[in-house]
Design a protein around this ligand. Structure first.
Ligand code: C2E
Ligand code: MG
Ligand code: MG
Ligand code: MG
Length: 283
Protein backbone atom coordinates (compact mmCIF):
# COMPACT_ATOMS: atom_id res chain seq x y z
CA UNK A 1 0.00 0.00 0.00
CA UNK A 2 2.88 2.32 0.77
CA UNK A 3 4.22 1.95 -2.76
CA UNK A 4 0.84 2.39 -4.29
CA UNK A 5 0.28 5.87 -3.04
CA UNK A 6 3.92 6.77 -2.72
CA UNK A 7 3.68 8.41 0.68
CA UNK A 8 5.73 6.02 2.79
CA UNK A 9 6.29 8.34 5.67
CA UNK A 10 2.62 8.75 6.41
CA UNK A 11 1.53 5.20 5.67
CA UNK A 12 3.47 3.59 8.47
CA UNK A 13 1.96 6.01 10.91
CA UNK A 14 -1.59 5.93 9.68
CA UNK A 15 -2.23 2.27 8.83
CA UNK A 16 -3.37 1.27 12.31
CA UNK A 17 -5.16 4.50 12.96
CA UNK A 18 -6.91 4.27 9.60
CA UNK A 19 -8.29 0.82 10.24
CA UNK A 20 -9.35 1.81 13.73
CA UNK A 21 -11.09 4.83 12.29
CA UNK A 22 -12.75 2.73 9.57
CA UNK A 23 -13.99 0.25 12.13
CA UNK A 24 -15.47 3.03 14.28
CA UNK A 25 -17.14 4.60 11.25
CA UNK A 26 -18.47 1.23 10.13
CA UNK A 27 -19.86 0.53 13.60
CA UNK A 28 -21.36 3.98 13.86
CA UNK A 29 -23.22 3.55 10.57
CA UNK A 30 -24.38 0.06 11.51
CA UNK A 31 -25.45 1.24 14.96
CA UNK A 32 -27.74 3.84 13.39
CA UNK A 33 -29.95 0.99 12.15
CA UNK A 34 -29.45 -1.50 14.96
CA UNK A 35 -32.73 -0.71 16.69
CA UNK A 36 -35.09 -0.91 13.71
CA UNK A 37 -33.22 -3.93 12.35
CA UNK A 38 -33.87 -5.68 15.63
CA UNK A 39 -30.21 -6.39 16.38
CA UNK A 40 -30.26 -5.32 20.02
CA UNK A 41 -31.09 -7.45 23.00
CA UNK A 42 -30.93 -7.08 26.75
CA UNK A 43 -29.44 -9.79 28.90
CA UNK A 44 -29.93 -9.90 32.64
CA UNK A 45 -27.36 -10.73 35.29
CA UNK A 46 -28.68 -11.74 38.73
CA UNK A 47 -27.66 -9.97 41.95
CA UNK A 48 -27.54 -11.83 45.26
CA UNK A 49 -27.82 -10.37 48.75
CA UNK A 50 -25.41 -12.10 51.14
CA UNK A 51 -27.22 -10.83 54.23
CA UNK A 52 -30.73 -11.92 53.26
CA UNK A 53 -29.41 -14.86 51.23
CA UNK A 54 -31.70 -14.18 48.33
CA UNK A 55 -31.93 -13.05 44.75
CA UNK A 56 -32.63 -9.31 44.84
CA UNK A 57 -32.76 -8.37 41.18
CA UNK A 58 -30.90 -8.13 37.89
CA UNK A 59 -28.66 -5.79 35.98
CA UNK A 60 -29.75 -5.22 32.38
CA UNK A 61 -26.81 -5.38 29.96
CA UNK A 62 -27.03 -4.42 26.31
CA UNK A 63 -26.03 -6.84 23.54
CA UNK A 64 -25.59 -6.10 19.83
CA UNK A 65 -25.46 -8.88 17.27
CA UNK A 66 -24.74 -7.66 13.74
CA UNK A 67 -25.39 -10.08 10.83
CA UNK A 68 -21.96 -9.52 9.24
CA UNK A 69 -19.83 -8.00 11.98
CA UNK A 70 -20.97 -10.52 14.57
CA UNK A 71 -21.14 -9.85 18.28
CA UNK A 72 -19.89 -6.42 19.26
CA UNK A 73 -19.10 -5.72 22.90
CA UNK A 74 -20.84 -2.82 24.66
CA UNK A 75 -17.37 -1.78 25.80
CA UNK A 76 -16.72 -1.02 22.11
CA UNK A 77 -20.06 0.32 20.84
CA UNK A 78 -21.26 2.35 23.85
CA UNK A 79 -18.37 4.87 23.47
CA UNK A 80 -19.17 5.10 19.74
CA UNK A 81 -22.84 5.73 20.50
CA UNK A 82 -21.80 8.40 23.00
CA UNK A 83 -19.55 10.27 20.59
CA UNK A 84 -21.92 10.10 17.60
CA UNK A 85 -25.16 11.35 19.13
CA UNK A 86 -26.77 7.92 19.22
CA UNK A 87 -26.60 7.28 22.95
CA UNK A 88 -29.87 8.93 23.93
CA UNK A 89 -31.84 6.86 21.44
CA UNK A 90 -30.03 3.70 22.49
CA UNK A 91 -30.44 4.54 26.17
CA UNK A 92 -34.17 5.14 25.74
CA UNK A 93 -34.47 1.74 24.09
CA UNK A 94 -32.66 0.14 27.04
CA UNK A 95 -34.83 1.94 29.59
CA UNK A 96 -38.02 0.96 27.81
CA UNK A 97 -37.14 -2.70 27.45
CA UNK A 98 -35.67 -3.10 30.94
CA UNK A 99 -38.77 -1.49 32.46
CA UNK A 100 -41.05 -3.74 30.39
CA UNK A 101 -39.17 -6.83 31.54
CA UNK A 102 -39.31 -5.76 35.17
CA UNK A 103 -43.05 -5.19 34.76
CA UNK A 104 -43.47 -8.68 33.32
CA UNK A 105 -41.67 -10.18 36.32
CA UNK A 106 -43.68 -8.07 38.74
CA UNK A 107 -46.90 -9.24 37.10
CA UNK A 108 -45.72 -12.83 37.34
CA UNK A 109 -45.54 -12.30 41.09
CA UNK A 110 -41.74 -12.26 41.40
CA UNK A 111 -41.34 -9.71 44.15
CA UNK A 112 -39.45 -7.93 45.47
CA UNK A 113 -36.95 -7.67 42.60
CA UNK A 114 -35.17 -4.56 41.38
CA UNK A 115 -33.95 -3.92 37.81
CA UNK A 116 -30.60 -2.14 37.60
CA UNK A 117 -30.13 -0.11 34.41
CA UNK A 118 -26.85 1.43 33.22
CA UNK A 119 -26.98 5.10 32.40
CA UNK A 120 -24.40 6.75 30.15
CA UNK A 121 -23.04 10.13 31.26
CA UNK A 122 -24.57 11.44 28.03
CA UNK A 123 -28.04 10.36 29.19
CA UNK A 124 -27.35 11.65 32.68
CA UNK A 125 -26.77 15.14 31.25
CA UNK A 126 -30.05 15.22 29.27
CA UNK A 127 -32.38 17.78 30.87
CA UNK A 128 -35.43 15.57 30.16
CA UNK A 129 -33.88 12.38 31.60
CA UNK A 130 -36.09 12.21 34.66
CA UNK A 131 -39.33 12.99 32.84
CA UNK A 132 -38.49 10.34 30.22
CA UNK A 133 -37.98 7.71 32.89
CA UNK A 134 -41.00 8.74 34.96
CA UNK A 135 -43.13 8.61 31.78
CA UNK A 136 -41.94 5.10 31.00
CA UNK A 137 -42.61 3.97 34.55
CA UNK A 138 -46.12 5.40 34.41
CA UNK A 139 -46.80 3.79 31.03
CA UNK A 140 -45.73 0.44 32.46
CA UNK A 141 -47.44 1.14 35.80
CA UNK A 142 -44.28 0.15 37.58
CA UNK A 143 -43.36 1.48 41.04
CA UNK A 144 -40.30 3.72 40.79
CA UNK A 145 -38.45 1.85 43.54
CA UNK A 146 -38.27 -1.25 41.34
CA UNK A 147 -35.61 0.30 39.17
CA UNK A 148 -32.10 1.37 40.06
CA UNK A 149 -29.96 3.55 37.82
CA UNK A 150 -26.23 2.77 37.64
CA UNK A 151 -24.19 5.90 37.11
CA UNK A 152 -20.41 6.09 36.87
CA UNK A 153 -18.33 8.60 38.78
CA UNK A 154 -17.38 10.26 35.49
CA UNK A 155 -20.99 11.38 35.07
CA UNK A 156 -20.76 13.19 38.38
CA UNK A 157 -17.49 15.03 38.22
CA UNK A 158 -17.73 17.59 35.44
CA UNK A 159 -20.52 19.72 36.89
CA UNK A 160 -20.88 18.51 40.46
CA UNK A 161 -23.63 20.92 41.52
CA UNK A 162 -25.81 19.97 38.57
CA UNK A 163 -25.06 16.29 39.05
CA UNK A 164 -26.07 16.48 42.70
CA UNK A 165 -29.35 18.15 41.74
CA UNK A 166 -30.02 15.50 39.07
CA UNK A 167 -29.32 12.57 41.39
CA UNK A 168 -31.39 14.07 44.16
CA UNK A 169 -34.33 14.65 41.79
CA UNK A 170 -34.10 11.03 40.63
CA UNK A 171 -34.11 9.89 44.26
CA UNK A 172 -37.04 12.11 45.14
CA UNK A 173 -38.98 10.41 42.34
CA UNK A 174 -38.42 7.17 44.25
CA UNK A 175 -35.86 5.67 41.86
CA UNK A 176 -32.76 4.05 43.35
CA UNK A 177 -29.26 5.14 42.37
CA UNK A 178 -25.99 3.17 42.47
CA UNK A 179 -22.49 4.31 41.59
CA UNK A 180 -21.05 1.84 39.10
CA UNK A 181 -17.36 0.86 38.94
CA UNK A 182 -16.80 2.64 42.23
CA UNK A 183 -13.18 3.40 42.99
CA UNK A 184 -12.01 3.71 39.39
CA UNK A 185 -13.14 7.30 38.83
CA UNK A 186 -12.14 10.58 40.29
CA UNK A 187 -15.11 11.49 42.42
CA UNK A 188 -14.21 13.42 45.48
CA UNK A 189 -15.17 11.65 48.68
CA UNK A 190 -16.54 14.89 50.10
CA UNK A 191 -19.15 15.01 47.33
CA UNK A 192 -20.31 11.54 48.15
CA UNK A 193 -22.36 12.64 51.12
CA UNK A 194 -24.09 15.33 49.08
CA UNK A 195 -25.44 12.80 46.59
CA UNK A 196 -28.46 10.98 47.99
CA UNK A 197 -27.22 7.61 46.75
CA UNK A 198 -28.38 4.11 47.65
CA UNK A 199 -25.46 1.93 46.74
CA UNK A 200 -21.81 1.63 45.76
CA UNK A 201 -20.85 -1.02 43.23
CA UNK A 202 -17.29 -2.10 43.96
CA UNK A 203 -15.47 -2.34 40.64
CA UNK A 204 -14.45 -5.78 39.45
CA UNK A 205 -10.84 -4.69 39.05
CA UNK A 206 -10.55 -4.69 42.86
CA UNK A 207 -12.41 -7.97 43.20
CA UNK A 208 -10.44 -10.02 40.68
CA UNK A 209 -7.27 -10.52 42.74
CA UNK A 210 -8.89 -10.00 46.11
CA UNK A 211 -7.75 -13.37 47.47
CA UNK A 212 -4.03 -12.76 46.86
CA UNK A 213 -3.56 -9.01 46.61
CA UNK A 214 -3.33 -7.20 49.95
CA UNK A 215 -3.77 -3.81 48.29
CA UNK A 216 -7.02 -4.83 46.65
CA UNK A 217 -8.21 -6.26 49.94
CA UNK A 218 -7.40 -2.97 51.68
CA UNK A 219 -9.26 -0.98 49.03
CA UNK A 220 -12.35 -3.21 49.14
CA UNK A 221 -12.36 -3.06 52.94
CA UNK A 222 -12.12 0.72 52.85
CA UNK A 223 -14.97 1.04 50.34
CA UNK A 224 -17.20 -1.20 52.47
CA UNK A 225 -16.42 0.82 55.62
CA UNK A 226 -17.02 4.07 53.77
CA UNK A 227 -20.38 2.83 52.49
CA UNK A 228 -21.38 1.61 55.93
CA UNK A 229 -20.60 4.91 57.57
CA UNK A 230 -22.49 6.83 54.88
CA UNK A 231 -25.48 4.50 55.13
CA UNK A 232 -25.03 3.08 51.63
CA UNK A 233 -25.44 -0.49 50.41
CA UNK A 234 -22.55 -2.32 48.76
CA UNK A 235 -22.41 -4.80 45.92
CA UNK A 236 -19.25 -6.34 44.51
CA UNK A 237 -19.11 -7.00 40.77
CA UNK A 238 -17.09 -9.64 38.95
CA UNK A 239 -17.42 -12.27 41.69
CA UNK A 240 -16.27 -15.43 39.94
CA UNK A 241 -15.68 -18.01 42.70
CA UNK A 242 -17.11 -19.13 46.03
CA UNK A 243 -13.78 -18.11 47.63
CA UNK A 244 -14.35 -14.54 46.44
CA UNK A 245 -17.89 -14.64 47.74
CA UNK A 246 -16.78 -15.99 51.12
CA UNK A 247 -14.13 -13.34 51.60
CA UNK A 248 -16.48 -10.53 50.54
CA UNK A 249 -19.05 -11.76 53.02
CA UNK A 250 -16.37 -11.81 55.73
CA UNK A 251 -15.40 -8.23 54.85
CA UNK A 252 -19.02 -7.12 55.31
CA UNK A 253 -20.02 -6.67 51.68
CA UNK A 254 -23.81 -6.89 51.37
CA UNK A 255 -24.33 -8.26 47.90
CA UNK A 256 -22.56 -9.83 44.96
CA UNK A 257 -22.88 -10.08 41.21
CA UNK A 258 -20.74 -12.19 38.93
CA UNK A 259 -20.24 -15.44 37.06
CA UNK A 260 -20.25 -17.38 40.33
CA UNK A 261 -23.89 -16.61 41.09
CA UNK A 262 -25.07 -16.18 37.53
CA UNK A 263 -23.98 -15.00 34.10
CA UNK A 264 -25.88 -12.41 32.09
CA UNK A 265 -28.70 -14.31 30.35
CA UNK A 266 -31.63 -13.69 28.01
CA UNK A 267 -35.06 -12.98 29.51
CA UNK A 268 -36.41 -16.53 29.30
CA UNK A 269 -33.39 -18.00 31.05
CA UNK A 270 -33.55 -15.25 33.67
CA UNK A 271 -37.21 -16.11 34.30
CA UNK A 272 -36.25 -19.75 34.86
CA UNK A 273 -33.44 -18.56 37.15
CA UNK A 274 -35.94 -16.58 39.25
CA UNK A 275 -38.32 -19.53 39.51
CA UNK A 276 -35.52 -21.77 40.72
CA UNK A 277 -34.15 -19.17 43.15
CA UNK A 278 -37.58 -18.45 44.63
CA UNK A 279 -38.33 -22.16 45.02
CA UNK A 280 -35.02 -22.67 46.87
CA UNK A 281 -35.53 -19.63 49.07
CA UNK A 282 -38.94 -20.91 50.16
CA UNK A 283 -37.66 -24.40 50.86
P1 C2E B 1 -20.72 -2.68 33.91
O1 C2E B 1 -21.99 -1.93 34.04
O2 C2E B 1 -19.70 -2.48 34.99
O3 C2E B 1 -21.16 -4.20 33.78
C1 C2E B 1 -20.43 -5.27 34.30
C2 C2E B 1 -19.70 -6.01 33.21
O4 C2E B 1 -18.99 -7.09 33.80
C3 C2E B 1 -20.60 -6.64 32.16
O5 C2E B 1 -19.89 -6.61 30.93
C4 C2E B 1 -20.74 -8.07 32.66
O6 C2E B 1 -21.07 -8.98 31.64
C5 C2E B 1 -19.35 -8.31 33.17
N1 C2E B 1 -19.30 -9.35 34.21
C6 C2E B 1 -20.28 -9.74 35.05
N2 C2E B 1 -19.86 -10.69 35.89
C7 C2E B 1 -18.56 -10.90 35.62
C8 C2E B 1 -17.55 -11.78 36.17
O7 C2E B 1 -17.78 -12.54 37.10
N3 C2E B 1 -16.31 -11.70 35.62
C9 C2E B 1 -16.01 -10.85 34.60
N4 C2E B 1 -14.77 -10.86 34.12
N5 C2E B 1 -16.94 -10.01 34.05
C10 C2E B 1 -18.19 -10.04 34.56
P2 C2E B 1 -20.60 -6.18 29.57
O8 C2E B 1 -22.00 -6.72 29.55
O9 C2E B 1 -19.68 -6.54 28.47
O10 C2E B 1 -20.70 -4.62 29.69
C11 C2E B 1 -19.55 -3.82 29.75
C12 C2E B 1 -19.90 -2.40 30.09
O11 C2E B 1 -20.67 -1.82 29.04
C13 C2E B 1 -20.76 -2.27 31.33
O12 C2E B 1 -19.99 -2.35 32.50
C14 C2E B 1 -21.38 -0.91 31.11
O13 C2E B 1 -20.48 0.10 31.47
C15 C2E B 1 -21.55 -0.89 29.61
N6 C2E B 1 -22.96 -1.23 29.28
C16 C2E B 1 -23.54 -2.43 29.10
N7 C2E B 1 -24.85 -2.30 28.85
C17 C2E B 1 -25.12 -0.97 28.88
C18 C2E B 1 -26.31 -0.16 28.72
O14 C2E B 1 -27.43 -0.66 28.50
N8 C2E B 1 -26.16 1.20 28.81
C19 C2E B 1 -24.97 1.77 29.07
N9 C2E B 1 -24.90 3.11 29.14
N10 C2E B 1 -23.82 1.06 29.26
C20 C2E B 1 -23.91 -0.29 29.16
MG1 MG C 1 -23.31 -1.57 35.48
MG1 MG D 1 -19.95 -2.03 36.91
MG1 MG E 1 -17.47 -2.49 35.61
Amino acid sequence: QAKENGRNSYCFFTAGMQSQFNRSLQLENALRHAIERDQLQLVYQPQYCLLQQRLTGFEALLRWQHPELGFISPAEFIPIAESSGLMTKLGDWVLQHAIQQQKAWQQAGFEPLVMAINLSPVQFRQPDLLSTIVNQLQLARLPANQIELEITESAMVDDAEKAIATVNAIREAGIQVAIDDFGTGYSSLSYLKRFKLNKLKIDQSFVRDLLDDQDDRAIVTAIIRLAQSLGLKTIAEGVETSEHQGLLQQLGCEAIQGYHYGRPMPAEAATAFIQQAFAQQQA
